[in-house]
Design a protein. Structure first.
Length: 573
């Protein structure tokens, strides 16, 4: 009996791993033997595999033992998106699964989970550590691709929730590994509870190691020199206060609900390793909201440089600000291009930094780990979510979308809301998108995302074609990620050339618009069904019209047509 139970548990864990592997594998068109065999990446493959197994093992049935409150919270976030994803028998394809998981983590904690990024590196040798997931079970990779679960049945809403729970557990376990390393470095026994001062020492080192991607000797130098740490880490002292705040938040919760057998620790303010793990987990999930003020400050500076309201800043002004005012805007031209933050479509304006693409770029993700990055808030998620909640379907008529968007605003700065940019040209562009898809606009396609970018140019990023840009971090890109002083000065010398009185239209501000569509999820059944219905209605209308003529010839038909027939004909034809 015990053997049977163990086998069942192993089967569950294997199924979960296969689910995670399928989600992280590239699309069939991108698959290559190099990808399947490449052992690149800085993370030890066996250790990474063990982490996945532990994450699966701690969530029996991929979420069966998870807290019901947590499951309900995940479902509340996912459900508005789920309603607008095309489904076959209430299941979605693998692309949709990845898309939903990515958006969940970005919405809830601004975590860009590695392997689920919407962009992929253009260089095959650049696959990151997370892609080792696809090598954990190499013998099953191709079999999984052809499996009935993937190609025929697809993934349910529960699969999406299970995937999120699994990744959440993996992130939590990774935090525990780093935390235990800090304990060992400070020679603190993991079995002994800590005083408030001891925990503060742990958190200080943990935050440095968590935030700084550096060699061990450099980390040791930072930990031994607070002045140097304050120079390297922006707002270092405030970061320590943030850690102290997380301790107080944990303490407040523990006082309200003291775990069984932990009353003494709560009374004497002692902290176990598990307590410390809960606190650092809270740091990961709340850090973005703490750091958002930095993102808001960057956005305000960029908008101040955007004199024409195009969502773009001439590279000359960008570098001029970096030289004279704000040290943050120093990425090299080649790195900005790699990130998809550079618009080079205007011969007159020259290279321009796309504000939302820059803010969302990995160069501005303040934390970068083997599993995830903590980035600026994806403001377009809120706007798209508002549209999804109103439409509750994968596609919509242009008129329906316009009615919703006209009543929306975007928060350009902390003190100013901006109405959508909806002129006649933008309305015409949305109609063109619909015409490409039988009169309906897919909410999860590149053309609609592109339209949203021009309607909300400071919040919604310009969507590049798949594979054209990457989510490469500065350390992955190398020393050339920062612009040289000579390059910045060369560009900055033309900064004043763009201070002229012209309108956006005169600037041809939509020169980057591309008519190339790419659907982010599988719309095949949805759009083919839309065309089929349209054809059936047209044929039906023609038959009705033909029947009327025939009846008129015979003298047996009645004059006029029913209101129902008229409305159907006018709506679909």
């Amino acid at each position: 009996m015990a053997i049977h139970s163990d086998s069942s548990a192993q089967l569950v864990r294997t199924s979960c791993i296969l689910l995670l592997t399928v989600a992280l594998m590239p699309s069939p068109g991108d698959c290559s033997s190099k990808f399947l065999s490449d052992k690149g990446g800085s993370v030890n493959e066996k250790a990474f595999r063990d982490e996945i197994m532990n994450a699966m093992g701690s969530i029996l049935g991929c979420g069966g033992e998870a807290d019901q409150g947590q499951i309900a919270a995940i479902k509340a976030v996912v459900m508005p998106m789920w309603r607008t994803i095309p489904k076959t028998q209430d299941r979605v394809d693998r692309r949709s699964l990845r898309y939903l998981v990515h958006r969940y983590f970005m919405q809830t904690s601004s975590l860009m989970v590695r392997g689920f990024e919407p962009t992929r590196p253009t260089n095959e040798s650049h696959w990151g550590a997370a892609d080792i997931l696809s090598q954990m079970v190499p013998a099953y990779v191709e079999a999984v691709f052809e499996s009935q679960h993937n190609t025929q049945n697809g993934f349910t809403l529960q699969d999406v929730i299970d995937m999120i729970l699994t990744l959440d557990q993996l992130i939590f376990d990774a935090e525990g590994t780093l935390l235990e390393n800090v304990y060992s470095n400070q020679r603190k026994p993991k079995t002994r509870s800590l005083s408030h001062q001891g925990l503060t020492q742990i958190l200080e080192e943990y935050i440095v190691r968590w935030m700084v991607d550096a060699e061990p000797q450099d980390i040791a130098m930072l930990l031994g020199n607070r002045t140097l740490a304050a120079e390297i880490l922006p707002h270092y002292n405030e970061l320590l206060k943030f850690g102290e705040g997380r301790i107080k938040a944990f303490e407040f919760t523990r006082q309200q609900q003291t775990p069984k057998g932990r009353a003494r620790d709560a009374w004497t303010m002692r902290y176990s390793l598990d307590d410390a793990h809960q606190i650092v987990g809270g740091i990961t999930r709340s850090f973005q909201s703490y750091w958002q003020s930095e993102c808001d400050s960057m956005k305000a500076s960029l908008i101040d440089m955007d004199k024409y309201g195009t969502g773009r800043v001439p590279l000359a002004k960008f570098y001029n600000t970096a030289i004279n005012t704000d040290w943050r805007f120093g990425e090299s031209e080649s790195y900005l291009r790699e990130l998809g933050a550079l618009d080079e479509s205007s011969a007159w304006m020259g290279p321009q930094v796309i504000i939302p693409n820059y803010l969302q770029a990995t160069s501005n993700c303040i934390v970068s780990t083997a599993h995830y990055l903590v980035c600026c808030v994806a403001e377009c998620e809120t706007l798209l979510g508002e549209i999804e909640s109103a439409i509750k379907a994968p596609t919509a008529l242009p008129s329906t979308i316009l009615d919703i968007v006209r009543n929306m605003t975007s928060q350009t700065t902390l003190d100013q809301d901006e109405p959508p940019h909806l002129d006649s040209s933008m309305i015409a562009q949305l109609d063109k998108v619909a015409k490409n898809h039988g009169g309906m606009v897919p909410l999860h396609g590149r053309l609609f995302a592109q339209w949203l970018h021009y309607v909300f140019p400071h919040e919604c990023p310009f969507p590049h074609k798949n594979g054209a840009v990457s989510a490469t971090t500065p350390s992955e890109y190398g020393d050339q990620y920062i612009a040289s002083k000579d390059d910045m000065k060369k560009h900055a010398s033309n900064a004043t050339a763009f201070d002229i009185a012209v309108t956006k239209e005169e600037l041809q501000w939509m020169s980057q618009w591309s008519s190339d569509e790419e659907l982010m999820v599988d719309y095949q059944s949805e759009l083919s069904g839309s065309w089929l219905l349209r054809i059936l209605f047209v044929l039906g209308s023609l038959l009705l019209a033909g029947g009327g003529v025939y009846a008129g010839v015979l003298g047996a038909g009645k004059k006029g047509t029913s209101p129902t027939q008229n409305s159907l004909h006018s709506h679909w034809v």
